[in-house]
Design a binder for this molecule. Structure first.
Ligand SMILES: Cc1cc2nc3c(=O)[nH]c(=O)nc-3n(C[C@H](O)[C@H](O)[C@H](O)COP(=O)(O)OP(=O)(O)OC[C@H]3O[C@@H](n4cnc5c(N)ncnc54)[C@H](O)[C@@H]3O)c2cc1C
Length: 428
């Protein structure tokens, strides 16, 4: 269980709109020397920090170790859209996993905003809704069923007409859609930094620039080693998501690692700004190869799946930039100010996972590109479980780690999957 690859990574967050506008990071130090804790958390993203915070709220001594800084991974790079629900719609979710899973999915976005309120996290959070416009009539029928199922359970969701969707988005590209008042937006890097500060406020420790290079058993306890120290703990929460690499066997082979790309324009002139997403909500459309967009700091942000692997130059973002001007021709000619990307862990069924591969070791991952709410809420449950031993708080059962067959062909899977998705999207 030794992992050398994390040591080679410079672990500096790449430039982005979020880096340029985030609140300062809380003061942290790399781990130095040998320490003990009740719970050691590997990964200072949304899931790790929210698990650590919940464990600390239950009185556990917690120590978070991140290879970079708090929010270095997808947590500090995402679109900042807070989206309720899970991949499976509520009827299917209830049939497969029971009512607790539906209740969890229904409340996940609320958990984000109430956590932000409780800890006074300054991260431009707004719970004014999330829009999922439909790219085709067929997709709209799926949205209708989704709205009917959630509305039956009392969720504040509604179907919007073609005209309403187009005027909310400021684009002709959609035919109605779902407006979900549970959702909202935030500044993701500020959120991650705020969570880290909240952990510190509960007497937890956050060590940055502290890549865990090995995780091993020490009698009934666990020891996580970094290049400059170690933490021995009764329990471990491994929350490294798509960046897990080789730290624990089979995990990195249990999901497909996609790269998601975002671009943000220079500040828009007033007349253009007024015509782009006038509703100012976060928007993710119904395409399988989805496009997500929002306005922040008077700039238009548009993101979507990218090529396999990390981008090597600006031209790797060309497909996102042409999607942007296709949807919003009014921004043509406005320069792009920021281009950045991050990695997401996509599960074969798009559902997140909790694993307990050995006693005292919990893994939480696989948010499939929708982790702001899910990783917050699921992280909290895993933190509570590891602090108290009470498994009943888990909304989905821990499962075995399943390696995806022929995983080393993942580059081929991603390329073929993207081609298939593009074709299906084009067919509506
Ligand atoms: C470009 C982009 C846009 C997205 N947009 C949205 C969106 O709008 N809404 C939404 O809901 N979701 C979105 N997502 C998905 C969401 O960001 C993720 O699901 C979420 O951040 C997962 O959080 P996490 O804490 O599990 O993982 P991460 O945030 O990736 O954190 C993992 C952490 O583990 C650390 N780590 C890894 N290995 C080690 C090690 N050996 N030792 C120590 N630390 C280690 C890394 O440094 C990293 O900080 C987007 C993702 C990307 C990349």
């Amino acid at each position: 269980m030794a992992d050398r690859s994390v040591m080679a990574d410079p672990n500096r967050l790449p430039p982005s709109l979020w880096v340029a506008t985030a609140r300062p990071a809380p003061a942290t130090e790399p781990l130095s020397g040998d320490k003990t804790a009740d719970v050691v958390v590997i990964g200072g993203g949304i899931s790790g920090l929210s698990a650590a915070l919940r464990a600390a709220e239950h009185g556990a001594s917690v120590c978070v170790l991140d290879a970079g800084e708090a929010g270095w991974g997808a947590a500090g790079r995402n679109g900042g859209q807070v989206i309720a629900g899970l991949k499976w719609d509520p009827d299917e979710l209830e049939r497969r996993l029971g009512a607790a899973a539906v209740e969890f999915a229904n409340g996940a976005a609320d958990e984000v905003f109430s956590l932000i309120d409780r800890y006074g996290i300054e991260c431009a959070a707004e719970q004014r809704g999330w829009l999922q416009p439909a790219h085709s009539r067929r997709a709209l029928r799926t949205s209708e069923a989704r709205v009917e199922q959630w509305a039956r359970r009392g969720a504040p969701v509604e179907l919007v007409s073609d005209e309403t969707a187009r005027s909310m988005v400021g684009s002709d590209g959609y035919v109605g859609g779902m407006l979900d008042r549970r959702g909202g937006t935030l500044q993701p890097l500020s959120y991650a930094r705020g969570l880290a500060e909240a952990v510190q406020g509960q007497d937890g420790t956050v060590h940055t620039r502290s890549p865990v290079v090995s995780l091993e058993r020490d009698g009934t306890r666990w020891r996580a080693r970094t290049p400059s120290g170690s933490v021995t703990a009764d329990r471990v929460i491994l929350a490294a998501n798509a960046y897990v690499s080789g730290l624990y066997p089979r995990l990195a082979q249990s999901f497909i690692s996609f790269t998601s790309f975002i671009v943000a324009t220079e500040r828009l002139p007033d007349d253009v700004a007024a015509s782009v997403i006038p509703c100012r909500l976060g928007i993710s459309d119904t395409r399988r190869f989805l496009t997500y967009s929002r306005v922040f700091d008077n700039r238009l942000l548009v993101g979507g799946r990218g090529t396999y692997g990390d981008p090597s130059n600006d031209t790797d973002f060309a497909h996102i930039e042409s999607a942007m001007t296709r949807l919003f021709p009014q921004v043509k000619g406005i320069p792009i100010a920021y281009r950045w990307s991050g990695r997401i862990a996509v599960m074969p069924d798009f559902m997140p996972r909790i694993h307990e591969p050995e006693p005292g070791l919990a893994v939480v991952h696989g948010f499939s590109g929708r982790g702001v709410a899910q990783a917050t809420a699921l992280g909290r449950r895993v933190g509570e479980w590891m602090a108290t031993g009470n498994r009943d708080c888990l909304p989905i059962p821990p499962t075995a780690v399943h390696r995806i067959p022929f995983h080393r062909l993942q580059k081929l899977y991603v390329t073929a999957g993207m081609l298939l998705y593009r074709t299906l999207d084009a067919l509506g």
